[in-house]
Design a protein around this ligand. Structure first.
Ligand code: HEC
Length: 283
């Protein structure tokens, strides 16, 4: 079993240890894999091929899987500390296996996220958060490749494995913080501020239907009232954004959504917001 391998590692196996030059191998793996992810993601958002399973839309699917990956990564850190006797308790026999399986599951949990981010949305740079998220997203697989290289080749200097594992963990937390944490914080904190805002009299929901069609909102959003089934952004029937939120979102854009401030007039934005606010969630 590879438990024995883990036990042998911390012993002072000086004659066998690799030289510092070998560190170039995991570093190269990091660079090449990160670059490949970046190149594969170098395209503008694609409108087809998204899936959402039992989530309200692909955005929430990604947030859900990313959160699962982070939870498993926390267990990875904890079980690694246990394996290397950094915890006060005796080391149970199953911990090595639990560590490997939580690692495989964490990797599997990132795949639906990577599929959407790399092959559907692509590397995006509209604002600092999205730039950081895109870069860190590429680094996740680079850091993963480096960590696996260190584990598989064995006999690296003792600091190599904790540094590789710690880097992978930090990058994963960074990706998650700039996406899922942002998304959850964003939708809950925004709601009360907008909740009371009614649709003003100078906004025309009927005219807004035409604006919705013309602006192509339906290529990215689900909205039954407009027979729209786009999968790039949140499902508007489940999000049910209030009037003021739609105005703000259409005016400024956000994430992958472009700003419509230049292509739609203020009146058109009011109209489309009235249309969405009064029809979202209706069959
Ligand atoms: C290129 C795809 C795309 C187009 C076109 C688009 N959106 Fe979006 N929209 C998104 C994405 C992605 C989000 C996710 C929010 C974010 O990342 O900030 C979003 C978010 C929203 C939200 C906020 C939902 C919530 O509850 O958080 C509203 C409202 C919205 N869009 C309305 C519209 C309307 C109305 C139009 C047409 C004028 C439109 N969108 C066009 C992609 C798009």
């Amino acid at each position: 079993m590879s438990n024995t391998r883990v036990e042998a590692a911390p012993a002072p196996a000086v004659p066998q240890q690799r030289t510092g030059r070998w560190l170039a191998v995991p570093l190269l793996a990091f660079a090449l894999v990160s670059l490949t992810a970046g190149l594969l993601a170098d395209h503008s958002p694609r409108t087809k091929g998204y899936f959402r399973l039992f989530f309200s839309d692909p955005v929430h699917l990604k947030a859900g899987f990313a959160t699962a990956a982070v939870a498993l990564a926390c267990f990875q850190l904890f079980s690694a500390a246990w394996i290397f006797k950094k915890l006060p308790w005796a080391r149970p026999r199953w911990i090595g296996r639990a560590h490997r399986w939580s690692g495989r599951l964490a990797f599997a949990a990132t795949l639906p996220v990577a599929y959407h981010c790399i092959f559907k949305l692509g590397f995006q740079t509209p604002d600092a958060r999205v730039i950081a998220h895109s870069l860190l997203g590429c680094f996740v697989y680079g850091a993963f490749a480096a960590k696996v290289t260190v584990v598989r080749l064995h006999r690296f200097p003792r600091f190599a494995l904790p540094v590789a594992g710690g880097t992978l963990f930090a990058v994963l937390i960074g990706v998650w913080y700039t996406s899922a944490v942002w998304l959850y914080g964003h939708s809950t904190s925004a709601a009360p501020a907008y909740a009371a805002a009614p649709v003003p009299a100078n906004a025309d929901a009927v005219a807004g239907f035409a604006v919705f069609q013309k602006a192509g909102c339906g290529s990215c959003h689900v909205l039954a009232a407009a027979h729209a089934s786009g999968q790039v952004g949140p499902n508007l029937d489940s999000a049910r954004p209030p009037y003021a939120k739609v105005v703000a979102q259409v005016t400024s854009g956000g994430g992958v959504m472009p700003s419509f401030a230049k292509t739609l007039s203020a009146k058109q934005i009011r109209d489309v917001a009235a249309f969405v606010a009064t029809n979202a969630g209706k069959p």
